[in-house]
Structure formats: C-alpha cells, structure tokens
Design a binder for this molecule. Structure first.
Ligand SMILES: [Zn+2]
Length: 576
C-alpha cells in the first residue's frame, strides 16, 4: 500500500513529528485531530498495549500495541511508543500478552437470523453434532400441530451426513410427521430438499415425472420416489401449498430481530465484516440506526435491488464503512459441493447411473447476465463449485471483458471448489477473487468420501491458489457451513475433519496465510483493502483478541481458542 509508513519510520519519529505526519498522511483524521495536530501528538481515544499483535501488514507483521482515534488506527508499534499517545481521557486496554489479529471477514454468508429465531431448526447450525431422524420427526410433528392442514411444515439446517441413523431421510419418515400437511426438510447446503407424500401430491410429481433441466426427483432402486429433490426440481413444490402469512409490520419486525440476532452471533465468533447475500436492506439500516449492528456489511444484491442498482447507476462501493454495496449476490451456475450436485467434468465416483451434477444455467443466459452486470459497473459474483461451472463462469467473464473491458474488475467466484491448472491460469489472468469454503475441511469430512482423495486434492485449493498469487478469501457460506473463523482456520491449516480424517493435505496453508485469507484477502474481495483487513495506521480499528495464539497452540486446537473480545471501529461488540 502506497500510504503505509513502515515501523522504522514510526519508531524514528518523535511525538510531535508524528502528529504532523499523521495530519498530512491521513486527511480523514483531520476532523478528530484538528485541535492538536500541528503542535503535539494526537490524543488517542484508546490505546491497546502489551499485545502479541499479528498485524497482517507485510511491512510490520508483528507489533505490541496500537492507538485508536475516531474509530481508526492512528499508530502501530511498541507499547513504550504507543503509551505516549495516551492522554487523561484515553482508555488504556492492557492485552496482557494476549494475541490480537485483525477482525475476521466472511466473504460469503446468508445471514438468516430470522430462521434461527423463529423457525424449526433440525440440525446444529454452529457445531458438529449428530442428531436422530426421530428427533427431526418429533420437532416437525410439534410444529405441524400448530398449523392448519395444507400449510407447509418446514425444517431447517438438516445435514444428511450428521444423522446417527446413518441413512438418508425418506418420504416415509416425513409421512410420519403428517399426511395432511406438506412437509419439507431443507438441507443446510441449500440445494437439496426432502419432502413427504403430501408435498409430492400437491406438486403433481409422480415416479413417472421426468427430471427437469438442472435438477432431479430422486428414486430408490425400484424406481420409486424416495423424497429427495435436487436443485431446480424444487420449483414444482414452491408454487403449491399454503405458507404462514405475516403482515408487513410483522415481517419487518422479524427481519430486524433476525439481523440484530445474527449480528450478535457474528461478534461472538470474532467477525467484524460479513458479505451478506441479500436480505432486507431497510431492516438492516433500521438495526444500524438503533445501534444493534455489530458488524460491517458488504451487501450483495440480487433481484429487485440489483435491478434498481443497474437502472439507477448505483455501483459497487456505494455506501459507507458500515453498509456498502459489494459484488452481486451469488448468481448460481451449478449445484452444491456438500450435497454432491456440483457440475463435474467426470461422473461422480461410485454413483449409478452415471451422474455429473447439475448445471443450473445455460452458457447463453450466463453470458448475458454477466455482461449486463459488468457493464453497469457492478462487481460480478457467480456461484460456481464444479470445474464445469467455473469454466462456464470464466468463459462468460472473459467474453464480458472483450466486449466491455474494465481494469481491476475483480469478478468474484463464490466457492470455486474444484480447480485444475487451466482454470487457475484463467482466474489469475482475469484478476478474479475466489471466495472459498472455510469450515468445511473440519465440518464436512463425511462428505469428502463421496469425492475421494484424488478429487479432494483439487478441492478448496487454498495452497494452489495462493501459490499462483491469487488472493483467495474465506466464505463460510453459512447456512451451509458454520461461520466460526477459527474452525475455518484450523481446517485450512490441517485439512483434517472432526473425525480425524485428512483430505487433500497438499492444500494445507500456514497459520499466517490462513489468518490473511480470513482478513486482508476478504477486504480485497470487496475492494476495501485500503480501509480494513490489517492492523495498519489509517485503517478502521477492527480487531479480535484471542485467548491463545493460533501460531503456537497445537493445530488441532485452533478452533477451541476463545474469542476474548471483538472490536469494530474502536468499539467493543463482544466481550467474553
Ligand atoms: Zn451461498
């Protein structure tokens, strides 16, 4: 970064010289520092002393202390130097040797706090936990008892490989919930669904109904429907049955409460910035206005919000440090990694009849969408998991750059799961930014068995991409993945799952790299690397205090490190 001053510069400056340097280097600080700028050191609002600070700033990777004024970091260095910036009113935070890293950034998240608060949750959203099919049926039965017949009964956060029963949920299981209500259990991955007979009856889908493009009605060995439906085949069900109805006021309240709720959860896990996949923009602003937004939002739009951005000239970057329009929401090109529907160039191992996953869009439609968004000056973002889908997206973007060239466009590739050498070369050439699964390596080893080690060596390929100079970022994809950044970092470093099994160890990265992926690379993905992502003079004062140093604890304990304090813009958003 051109504006950065090195540690040597800082240490060499006396207090007065430093104030002058700050005033000239950082015009944005002028308001806060005006009265003292010319004559003495600026008095910090807060100084953080005696820490083990991993700054993620290549010029000064380690520090002990830093000072904050008006929500920004104004100096980074040794405790003895920073202490001098404290005045009578300055708050002194003694880190007592604790580890401090920049605030974590999650670049792909569906922040469905409303679901967490108000819906029937049939799996554990945050941790590895095995449940029974009986427990799912019980919860849904209780829910059905509160709803009139014909109304959907929905279960959320199901994970098909976290069942003690060690088999898939079936239509028959869900018929035991109700034969009067349509029942749906949504896989947390968001691409597969399990329905009861009533739902199939209402949707008019029988064993003789052919699979639609981009989806399947799954069948058992005898050709009978088994209840599982993938990707675009779910459309037949979304048009039928009654759903609970809410007034406008009720909906808005639910959305506000949901955002405030999940914001608290983000802070608890050390997140200071999250890229939201859509959501109620008005509610988001209300929650901020009432003081309940604890994280910064890169808002990724779709539908009518994206449409109004395009037609009204609102571009990526519009907004402020708390709520800013980022890339688009993920525009889906293929299926799911965890639910085994992503589009592969080879058949899935051990699946009969041969299956290569779901492509959910034609190349022509994708080309047109990418070009339109790109021409509008908005950062394009597509969901592409399998090598086939990544190839399609890159093809569309290469074409868009030919017809409407723009420097530093940073097309975002959500997931970018299965790569090969040719794709890596093209990603690099386009300056694309992959946002890849984080917690999966720890959370989902029970899925990797379906792909096998040979494919897993090319999946979630952090090592390959970082080595190619591509700034891969962390995208938990909550609700599909838990969003705990430390769980993510452990998985990136070890590639070992909860069950002790290791997959694709060739893609391991170092602790320092994994922290960078979860901080500075995340800032780069939303074009905010000049204002966040590292503990650097002039940047926003977003950081996390940890109970232990991820560099020194045993790698299989990183996820157990406690978040002691989360700070956004100098204000504490979570304290253990
Ligand atoms: Zn997603």
């Amino acid at each position: 970064m051109s504006t950065h001053r090195s540690r040597r510069d800082f240490v060499g400056l006396g207090a007065a010289g430093m104030a002058g340097a700050l005033a000239s280097s950082w015009p944005s600080l002028a308001h806060g520092a005006q009265s003292t700028a010319a004559t003495s050191a600026p008095e910090a609002d807060t100084v953080v002393l005696n820490g083990t600070v991993h700054t993620v700033d290549a010029a000064t990777p380690r520090a002990e202390a830093f000072a904050i004024k008006s929500g920004r970091i104004i100096a980074v260095g040794r405790s003895s130097d920073i202490r001098g910036l404290a005045g009578k009113a300055t708050r002194v935070m003694d880190a007592k040797g604790m580890t401090i890293v920049p605030g974590f950034i999650d670049t792909h998240n569906h922040p469905i706090g409303t679901t967490l608060l108000y819906e029937t949750i049939v799996g554990n959203p945050f941790e590895v936990e095995f449940v029974t099919i009986a427990s799912i049926v019980d919860k849904l039965r209780a829910k059905a008892a509160t709803l009139p017949p014909g109304t959907w009964v929905e279960g959320f956060f199901h994970d098909d490989t976290k069942l003690k029963d060690k088999r898939l949920l079936t239509m028959r299981d869900l018929d035991s919930v109700s034969t009067e209500h349509p029942v749906i259990v949504r896989h947390r991955g968001g691409h597969t669904y399990f329905y009861n007979s009533k739902a199939f009856e209402l949707a008019g889908v029988t064993k003789d109904t052919p699979n639609p493009p981009g989806g399947t009605y799954d069948r058992d060995g005898n050709g009978e429907l088994n209840g599982r439906v993938t990707d675009r085949a779910s459309a037949a069900f979304s048009r039928v049955g009654r759903r609970p109805e809410y007034t406008q006021a009720e909906r808005e309240k639910r959305d506000r409460d949901g955002i405030a709720h999940i914001s608290k959860e983000f802070a608890r896990y050390g997140l200071t910035s999250v890229h939201h996949q859509g959501g109620n923009l008005a509610a988001l602003q209300d929650v901020r206005a009432r003081g309940d937004l604890r994280h910064r939002v890169s808002y990724e739009s779709s539908g009518s919000v994206l449409e109004s951005m395009i037609t009204n000239g609102i571009r990526t970057g519009f907004g402020d440090d708390w709520i800013r329009f980022g890339a688009t929401s993920e525009h889906t090109v293929d299926g799911s990694f965890s639910e085994r529907t992503m589009a592969l160039s080879m058949p899935y191992p051990n699946v009969t009849p041969p299956y290569t996953g779901n492509v959910t869009e034609t190349q022509e439609t994708l080309d047109a969408w990418v070009e339109r968004v790109h021409r509008a000056g908005i950062q394009v973002n597509c969901h592409a998991n399998g090598d086939v889908a990544i190839d399609m997206y890159l093809t569309a973007f290469e074409r868009a750059q030919r017809v409407a060239p723009r420097a530093d466009a940073r097309p975002k590739i959500t997931h970018c799961t299965l790569i090969n050498d040719d794709l890596v070369r093209r990603i690099k050439a386009l300056g694309a930014v992959p946002s890849m699964f984080t917690s999966y390596a720890y959370y989902n080893p029970d899925k990797f068995v379906f792909y096998g080690e040979e494919l897993m060596r090319r999946c979630m390929a952090y090592r390959t991409l970082l080595d190619a100079g591509i700034p891969a970022a962390a995208g938990s994809d909550f609700q599909p993945g838990p969003f705990a950044p430390l769980m993510g970092i452990q998985g990136m470093v070890t590639r070992t799952g909860w069950d002790g099994k290791t997959w694709g160890a060739n893609q391991r990265i170092s602790v320092a790299e994994a922290i960078r992926v979860n901080t500075l690379n995340g800032a780069y993905a939303s074009r905010e690397e000049l204002t966040k992502g590292s503990i650097t003079e002039g940047k926003l004062a977003d950081f996390v205090m940890l109970s232990d140093d991820p560099h020194t604890v045993s790698a299989d304990r990183i996820k157990d490190i406690r978040i002691v304090r989360t700070v956004v813009g100098g204000s504490t958003t979570y304290e253990a």
